[in-house]
Design a protein around this ligand. Structure first.
Ligand SMILES: Cc1cc2nc3c(=O)[nH]c(=O)nc-3n(C[C@H](O)[C@H](O)[C@H](O)COP(=O)(O)O)c2cc1C
Length: 377
């Protein structure tokens, strides 16, 4: 291996004492390929096994914690015990090469799929007009908020029973948790809305419930991570800025997360309201100051870029699209064959990468295949 990539293979100890053997991992990626009853499909098992060699932190697609939280067609679901056998198989595949298997737990909120949500339509902190193509959601009652918090805990319990090493709370990408944080989608005037302190209560309460369940059903090796979008800038309005994210980060560290995962499309991105304080990753890593592990993502394709993400301040760099393109990425780096890493899917590899067929249909839009126009996927 080229010594300049050595930093990628140094171990790191999480605050609960769990040692990760390297600084790499797989970003959460929805497969759109669960069975019609929401259990894990055989195609998904093959997909997860194929990518088990990428790195220590292997984060799954997001699983719906509540019936009214389903966000995608064929999303796998975690809101009943029938999910557990499939989740067991999935955890086994994800751990097959020694990675830590992390289940990403999610509620879609206003991004829910109206056709898949049988009970009472999509829900959100407030009945603010829905995003493009989605109906206006119904505002959650306080009892329903409490029930969803419990649902995050129940899915965590099932993850523990299934043998997962941890969960990642999906607080990013405009789903329910982020909808509580953002003033644009949270217009409540009760204890769950209004001031920043109130808007941050929901993520902190979800974390507290997940930690309570982990303490009850797992040992202290169980990992709890949290993924957030660092800022929310919509067309003409600001939902929240990196300054508010720093406050949330403090609440999450106090609440006992072992890692924070920042969702970005480019790990070098500057804040929208750039004040010359560096990139988002630099700003948050300074804020975290080594108290927990810091995970970054966003357009890491080469090992040079993964090292650059660590230099930017991340402790761990995870990859999404690149591990769809080249599941042998890490082996190639370890064997000094990094020049053989595919930057896009070679035409001859189409159909040979163990990407479930419905996922493949969805990701067509990402133009990952070399000279895609000539390929009939
Ligand atoms: C097909 C696909 C599905 C995704 N599904 C999820 C998901 O379930 N949860 C999530 O937090 N992010 C999801 N993402 C976002 C990725 O985790 C990642 O943040 C994004 O792709 C940028 O990283 P990359 O440049 O390495 O691909 C998805 C991305 C892709 C391409």
């Amino acid at each position: 291996m080229n010594p300049k990539f050595q930093p990628l293979f140094e171990n790191i100890t999480l605050p609960n004492g769990v040692v990760l053997n390297d600084r790499l991992g797989v970003a959460p990626m929805t497969t759109y390929s669960g069975n019609p009853d929401g259990t894990v499909s055989d195609e998904e098992l093959v997909y997860y096994r194929r990518r088990a060699n990428i790195g220590s932190l292997y984060i799954s697609a997001c699983i719906a914690v509540s019936e009214n939280g389903i966000a995608f067609p064929n999303q796998f679901v975690g809101f009943h015990d029938e999910a557990i056998p499939g989740l067991k198989q999935m955890a086994t595949e994800m751990k097959s090469a020694g990675s830590k298997a992390i289940l990403q737990i999610q509620h879609g909120g206003r991004q829910g799929q109206p056709t898949l949500i049988k009970a009472n339509g999509t829900v959100a902190p407030s009945a603010v007009e829905g995003p493009a193509g989605k109906p206006t959601p119904r505002a959650l009652t306080t009892d329903e908020i409490t029930a969803i918090i419990r649902d995050f805990g129940e899915t965590t319990r099932r993850a523990i029973e299934a043998g997962f090493d941890g969960v990642e709370i999906h607080g990013a990408n405009t789903y329910l948790i982020q909808q509580f944080v953002s003033e644009l989608t949270n217009r409540r005037d009760d204890e769950w809305g209004g001031s920043l302190e109130n808007r941050l209560k929901f993520p902190v309460a979800v974390l507290a419930e997940v930690k309570r369940v982990a303490a009850e059903y797992a040992d202290d090796q169980f990992i709890v991570g949290y993924r957030l979008s660092p800022e929310e800038y919509m067309e003409d309005a600001v939902g929240y800025t990196i300054n508010e994210t720093k406050v949330l980060t403090e609440g999450l560290i106090a609440g006992g997360i072992h890692y924070l995962h920042v969702s970005l499309l480019d790990f070098q991105k500057l804040p929208y309201d750039d004040q010359g304080n560096g990139s988002i990753v630099e700003i948050l890593s300074e804020q975290i100051a080594g108290r927990i592990a810091f995970v970054a993502v966003g357009s890491v394709k080469t090992p040079e870029e993964a090292v650059a993400a660590l230099q930017e301040g991340a402790d761990i760099a995870v990859m999404g699209r690149q591990v769809l393109i080249d599941p042998e990425w890490t082996e190639k780096v370890k064997q000094g064959r990094e020049s053989e890493i595919n930057p896009s899917i070679p035409k001859e590899m189409v159909g040979k990468l163990d990407i479930p067929s419905l996922m493949w249909e969805r990701i067509g839009a990402y133009k990952m295949v070399k000279e895609e126009q000539e390929v009939k996927a």
